[in-house]
Write a protein that binds this ligand. Structure first.
Ligand code: ADP
Length: 320
């Protein structure tokens, strides 16, 4: 392969720039020309294609977001639209493609591979909702952003003897709440995989209060409820508690990537380029037991997510 493309698709995540940089620099090392495709599959259809070399990616390693920008492109689900995308890639002489995104983006990548364009996926999503890999790009940075917020909120909650329900991202996957909740010393962690009633959350808060805690932080996944309504329900059951709520929102998606995400983006990017230089496509890269690996797209996506109940139980054990 002499020319390859790279795009970011779906939700952005800190560390995507580190991966783009790695693709550009590894491409330079392995002697392939790299093209950056802006705005995901939509930009591919609109031919927003630009040559990038090792210098184009200077000074992006530490930046959040994605220098190639991202977009959703529902039309990409239509076969005739994908056929047009293949034609555009052929026209530019691009023989292989690297797609940085989540499971939706990987479906697009699989379908492109079936049309004869070897495509490799890099998992970029803060949710950590892809079971085939221990970690996705952006998860660690988002956890650290949540931790920083927990620390700040705790200062004021403790001064005023209050309870705060902190809502974090994660529609179907509670990993952000679980990992940041454990590291941040949450009194309760409420995730979609392990639902709790408001009464049960209240019981955890009261248990802490009875043992002398002045304040409590409850970390709630957005997929398990809304912070404001949970705060209201708890306050109505126990009027003596001063319960507040905080919704972290998009702050979790931005910011300078952590060391772990810069490292992961770099290693994923290099691995993806190496696969394409060998003519290998229809793969997604990941990290398992601290080793970078790749797996067939469909096989990887079919792996069922396993909720870490052991870690959840330990987090609860610590909330004493
Ligand atoms: P993520 O990649 O983060 O899961 P989405 O699910 O929004 O985000 O997918 C991103 C893009 O990938 C979509 O806008 C679309 O262009 C493409 N895509 C998603 N699902 C499919 C599919 N089944 N077939 C083809 N392309 C898809």
């Amino acid at each position: 392969m002499k020319k390859i493309g790279v795009l970011t698709s779906g939700g952005d995540a800190p560390g995507m720039n580190a991966a783009i940089r790695a693709v550009a620099r590894a491409g330079y090392h392995y002697g392939v020309k790299v093209y950056g495709i802006e705005r995901g599959y939509q930009g591919l259809l609109d031919e927003q294609i630009l040559g990038i070399d090792q210098r184009s990616v200077s000074n992006v390693l530490q930046r959040g977001g994605t220098m190639l920008r991202s977009a959703r492109c529902l039309a990409f689900k239509q076969p005739e639209v994908r056929a047009k995308a293949v034609k555009i890639l052929k026209k530019h002489g691009i023989e292989g493609l690297i797609v940085i995104g989540g499971d939706g983006s990987f479906m697009g990548a699989k379908l492109l591979s079936e049309l004869g364009v070897p495509t490799v996926g890099i998992p970029g999503t803060i949710d950590n909702d892809l079971a085939y890999t221990d970690y996705t790009l952006g998860f660690d940075t988002a956890c650290n952003t949540i931790l920083d917020a927990i620390n700040k909120v705790r200062d004021t909650m403790d001064s005023h003897e209050r309870v705060n329900i902190m809502e974090v991202m994660g529609r179907d996957c509670g990993d952000l709440a679980l990992h940041a909740g454990l590291a941040g010393g949450a009194q309760a962690i409420v995730v979609p995989e392990q639902p709790m009633t408001p009464k049960q959350v209240l019981a955890k808060i009261m248990e802490g209060k009875a043992s002398g805690k002045r304040s409590s932080i409850v970390v709630l996944s957005e997929g398990a409820g809304k912070a404001e309504s949970l705060a209201k329900e708890i306050a109505s059951m126990e009027p003596a508690l001063d319960v507040r709520s905080t919704v972290l929102g998009h702050i979790q998606r931005g910011g300078a990537p952590s060391m772990l995400d810069r490292r992961l983006g770099t290693l994923f990017g290099e691995h993806a380029v190496k696969l394409l230089t060998q003519g290998i496509g229809n793969r997604i890269v990941g990290i398992k037991d601290n080793k970078i690996f790749d797996v067939d797209i469909v096989e990887g996506l079919s792996i069922k997510r396993h909720f870490d109940k052991e870690m959840y139980d330990i987090a609860n054990m610590m909330a004493k």
